[in-house]
Design a protein around this ligand. Structure first.
Ligand code: SF4
Length: 241
C-alpha cells in the first residue's frame, strides 16, 4: 500500500530499531531453529514476512532484503528494480519517470536514510544485483542462519585476530582453509612451531647478539688508531712519508 510505504519511510528510524530488536531475537533462536530444521521453517517464515513487510513496505520478497540500507524503502518498487539509485530520470518534483504518480523510490530512500543513524553511510554501499533464484524466500531466516553461523565461528576461534585474518582472506580460505585457520590449534602443532622458532630464528638471533656483545671488533694490534688521529687516519697537517 503506497500510503503506508511512505509512512514507514518517514519513520525509518523507529522501524530500524524495531528490526534490530527482532533480528537479535531470531539470531538468538538459531539453536531452536536448527533443531526444528531451517527447511521446515522456510514456508511459515516466508508467509509471515510477505504479509508483514508487504503491508508496511510494499515488500516484493526478493529474498535479499536491504531495507536497513535503503532508508526502509523497498528498492524492488522501483520500476527498473535498481538496487543502487536513483536513475537519471527523476522528475523535477521528485517523482518517478516511469510512474509519474509516485515519488521516486530512491528519492524516498535517501530521505529515509538521512533519518537513520549511519543511514547515509549505508546507502552509499554498492549493492549486488538481485539473485532471482532467491525470490520468494525468507530474508529473516537467511539473516538468522548467516549471523548465527558467523557468531559460532567467532566463538570457536581461539584468537579474535585469527578470525579477522580469516575474514580478510576469505577467498584464500575458501580454496585452502588451512591457509587462514580459525579453529583452536592443537597443542602438538603449537609445540612443534615453538621448538622450530627456538632452534632457528631465536637461536640464530641469540647467537648474533652474543657475538656482537662478547667480541668487540678489534683489528690486529698494529692497526690500532694512533692517538690524535681521527678514525685511524693521520691527523691533518702531519705529513706522512
Ligand atoms: S525515477 Fe526512481 S523509481 Fe523511477 S525508475 Fe528511476 S530510480 Fe526507479
Amino acid at each position: 500500500m503506497y500510503a503506508v510505504r511512505l509512512f514507514a519511510t518517514r519513520r525509518s528510524r523507529f522501524f530500524q530499531r524495531l528490526y534490530r530488536l527482532f533480528e537479535a531475537v531470531i539470531v538468538a533462536l538459531d539453536p531452536l531453529f536448527r533443531r526444528i530444521g531451517y527447511e521446515r521453517l522456510e514456508a511459515p517464515f516466508a508467509f509471515l514476512e510477505r504479509n508483514t513487510k508487504g503491508f508496511l513496505f510494499d515488500c516484493k520478497m526478493c529474498g535479499q532484503c536491504v531495507l536497513s540500507s535503503t532508508g526502509m524503502t523497498c528498492p524492488m518498487n522501483c520500476p527498473k528494480n535498481l538496487r543502487n539509485g536513483p536513475c537519471g530520470g527523476v522528475r523535477g518534483n521528485g517523482n518517478c519517470e516511469v510512474r509519474p504518480w509516485m515519488r521516486c523510490v530512491w528519492v524516498e530512500a535517501w530521505d529515509g536514510a538521512a533519518r537513520m543513524p549511519e543511514g547515509l553511510d549505508r546507502i552509499r554501499v554498492v549493492q549486488p544485483p538481485v539473485n532471482r533464484e532467491l525470490e520468494g524466500s525468507s530474508s529473516w531466516l537467511r539473516v538468522a542462519r548467516e549471523k548465527a553461523a558467523e557468531m559460532r565461528e567467532a566463538r570457536q576461534s581461539a584468537d579474535p585476530s585469527k578470525h579477522m585474518l580469516a575474514r580478510a582472506f576469505r577467498k584464500a580460505r575458501e580454496i585452502e582453509p588451512a591457509a587462514a585457520p580459525v579453529a583452536f590449534e592443537p597443542d602438538a602443532a603449537l609445540s612443534v612451531q615453538w621448538s622450530r622458532q627456538r632452534t632457528s630464528v631465536y637461536d640464530a638471533e641469540a647467537g648474533q647478539e652474543k657475538s656482537v656483545g662478547d667480541k668487540p671488533e678489534e683489528g690486529p694490534v698494529g692497526d690500532k688508531p694512533e692517538e690524535g688521529s681521527i678514525g685511524g687516519k693521520p691527523k691533518k697537517g702531519k705529513e706522512q712519508v
